[in-house]
Design a protein around this ligand. Structure first.
Ligand SMILES: *Cc1c(COP(=O)(O)O)cnc(C)c1O
Length: 239
């Protein structure tokens, strides 16, 4: 009997969603995450679900959210949704192949790297890794200098220095959550882009680790790798 709301911002336009089949009472999505204009979003509310009004006053949006609607934003969002839906399956599979290529290369070529979350049950455009003996921010800056835009925080708090609360919640210790990196594949991303990003990541990590006193201790056998220990212990999210 509990109302179920899903933050579907990352899934909308990428994965098929059937609100009936999935038992969804409320769903939010955002325009600019699917190449629509900024400043528009949507909240689906199943018939019969009662929510308090968000902004009282005007009668716009059936009284739930008073104030003049952002018509260009809404029209642009609808057009972006049409375009996303038109080739959703094809684009999904194309991005999934690029994602798996990136994950495989990183696991094969970068030591002390851990894929966060399940490999199978993850968004087709999402690559999220933790790397030991470095800080996420250092990686971010060096990759940005090469024109690669990635995030070290969670989806909604990028820009903050705190480790992702999601990674902490799935059981990552602080020091590993700190060295985490999220890369997302978009409509314009090519195989060459992915290879360039992974090559840059390898160089960047090698440089940063060379400067890291912790990595030196690790190489001299003074500290152990938490990620390697996880793998040996069969940690549920070890890959
Ligand atoms: C971007 C994002 C949000 C925030 O949506 P905005 O429209 O950018 O405020 C919320 N949840 C997830 C999962 C997101 O990716």
């Amino acid at each position: 009997g509990v109302a179920f709301h899903t933050d579907a911002v990352q899934a909308f336009g990428h994965e098929p969603i059937d609100v009936k089949e999935m038992g969804i009472d409320m769903l939010s999505a955002s325009s600019h995450k699917i190449y629509g204009p900024k400043g528009a979003g949507l909240l689906y509310i199943r018939k019969g679900v009662n929510v308090e009004n968000f902004i009282d006053g005007g009668q716009q949006e059936r009284g739930r959210r008073g104030s003049t609607e952002n018509v260009p934003g809404i029209v642009g969002f609808a057009r972006a949704a049409e375009l996303a839906a038109a080739d959703m399956a094809g684009e999904h599979d194309r991005q999934l192949a690029l994602r798996d290529h990136a994950i495989r290369r990183i696991l094969d070529e970068i030591p002390s790297a851990k894929l966060n979350g399940s490999w199978e049950s993850r968004l087709a455009n999402n690559v999220n890794f933790s790397f030991e003996f470095i800080e996420g921010e250092g990686m971010l800056l060096q990759l940005a200098a090469r024109g690669i835009c990635v995030s070290s925080g969670s989806a909604c708090t990028s820009g903050s220095l705190d480790p992702s609360h999601v990674l902490l919640a799935i059981g990552l210790p602080h020091e590993i959550a700190h060295g985490s990196l999220r890369m997302t594949i978009g409509r314009d991303t090519t195989l060459e882009d992915v290879d360039f990003a992974v090559d840059s990541l390898k160089t960047t990590l090698a440089n940063l680790r060379m400067m890291s006193p912790l990595y030196e201790d690790f190489q001299q056998g003074k500290v152990e790798s938490v990620i390697e220990r996880f793998k040996a212990d069969g940690f549920p999210y070890a890959n």
